[in-house]
Every structure is written in structure tokens, then in C-alpha cells.
Design a protein around this ligand. Sequence first.
Ligand SMILES: [Zn+2]
Ligand SMILES: [Zn+2]
Length: 256
Amino acid sequence: MIIDSHCHLDSCQGSTDEIVQRATERGVGKILTVATDLSAEYQAMLSLIDQYPSVYGACGFHPDTLPHPLPSVELMRPYYQHKKILAVGEIGLDYHGADFDKDFQHKGFALQLQLAQELDLPVIIHTRDAAEDTVKIIEHAMKAKPLRGVIHCLPSSVYIAQKAIEWGFYLSLSGVLTFKNADKLREIAKGLPLDRLLVETDSPYLAPVPHRGHPNEPAFVVDTFQCLAELKNCDTQTLETTLERNFNTLFFKEKT
Ligand SMILES: [Zn+2]
Ligand SMILES: [Zn+2]
């Protein structure tokens, strides 16, 4: 099966039944939906994972949704009890917008890395225009305890890619891989080992070619998958099996 390793199903437009159905019809057998808070989106994620057998969940405070004041690790722990919640994330750093508080993002990120270590869950990392600080904070956390995880929506950063490989992390390629102006990302992807890769939509954002201009949905992960198969000169069956194994190794180590 093909797997959408990262999306925001609750933010997709239209009937969720039909969205999941269209994904199934294109061979997408698992969908990981991400809640970027522990309140409204978290509740939406819970009902999705309870309703659809192929849908799994992850949750954490995105750098843009960190609450003031930050909750303690003890307060966050109970949110991860559901057996279909597979990871802490997406968490990380985002220096893209105008008003961001670097120190506060660093604290929120470090705190949630610690949470993942205590729960022994993988992390889903969001990093945008913040490669060096992201690496610094992850490496600092790894000095205390090992971490496993994925860099979601891999940016065109050789530095991040190399570090992630070094740590034993996975790298998840989004629809950006198919974009006309993404030569640099395709070049990076060509050099990455197959046994560390995942694909994702990040829907409803970043629809791949040929769906640009439309809201993205999990079915479209197949277009990114096909782009990757061509890029790696890999037959689709081998790629499918490899990416499925990667996903299961990362996310189902503790929970089945
Ligand atoms: Zn993200
Ligand atoms: Zn996301």
C-alpha cells in the first residue's frame, strides 16, 4: 500500500467519507492525520481515528500554536494514550512569519522532544527557515536520551537532510517534490537512501502537480510517490514496499 505519512484531514474541504474513499481507490492504505494543538484539532483528530480504520493520528503544538504559558510534560502525557496516536508532532521551529518569538519556540520544541522521549514515541519535525536552530535543539535533546523521528515536508536543505540521516531519522517528501521550481529538492532526494524515505501530502496544503491550484487531499500522495519512483529510477512495487516498511518501522515500534 501507499501511505500518506502527514496530512491535516480535519482541514480538508468536503466530505471526509469521500476523501478517504478516493484515497483508498488510489491504493492509499494508511493516512496519518496531524493535530497541531491539544484542543479543537485534537478532538477532531480523535473522532477521525475512531471512525476510519485506515486513519492514524499524531498531535503536538506546532510552533505557531504554542500556548502561553507552556503546559508541563505531565499535563500533556495523557493526550497520547489512544493506541492509534503514533507520534508527538508536528513540533519544531518556524521562522517564516513576521512575528515569532524564537526563545519561546525553542522552549516549546525542547519541551515536546522531552515528552516524546518520556513516552518513547517518534517525533514529527516541522522546520522552516530555521535549519541550524532545529539541528541544535534536536542534538541537545539527543544527548540526554535517544530520539527517533521524521523531518516532515523536507525542505531543500542538504544540511538538514544529512543531519537527519546521521541521526537515523526519516525524511518525508511532500508535493513540493513535483513542483517545477523544485530542482534543488529533487537533487537532494536523488541522493537520499530509500530506506529512510516517506511521502506525504500535508493536505490541504501543497497539492502536487497535476493538482496545483486545488485543495490537496491524501489521494494525491500517489502523484508524489510516482514522481519519486521516476527520480529514483525505482519500480513502483519495490518503492511501495520499501516506504510501507519505513513507515511501519518508524511509527509501530511500540504500538501495534
Ligand atoms: Zn509542517
Ligand atoms: Zn503539517
